[in-house]
Design a protein around this ligand. Sequence first.
Ligand SMILES: [Zn+2]
Length: 104
Amino acid sequence: MINRYLKNRRGELHGFGGCAKCGDRWNWKDAHAVYYSEHAGCSPLCEECWDDTTKEEKLRYYLGQLYKYDRPNFDYEKAEQMIRKQIDAFNNSPKKVEEGEKKE
Ligand SMILES: [Zn+2]
């Protein structure tokens, strides 16, 4: 879609990052954040891709972004636990089941 291309191009020119799966930029797409500490989160996926990935894929994207930078003294183990917990909670929520049923 040409419109999508132009929006992404504009985002790229203004230095916006984008979704790790579909590549759409954050100037026009919402990112799905998962918190790995009380005050910080990571959001490699847009809301659409978040809804459209399995639990294993989510773990791969979010843990991948967590470990992307080597942060000295950072508690990676605790951060990874927090991410796993939130992804589990989402996949077990009744809302997700309803949406899944609607699609079929
Ligand atoms: Zn996406």
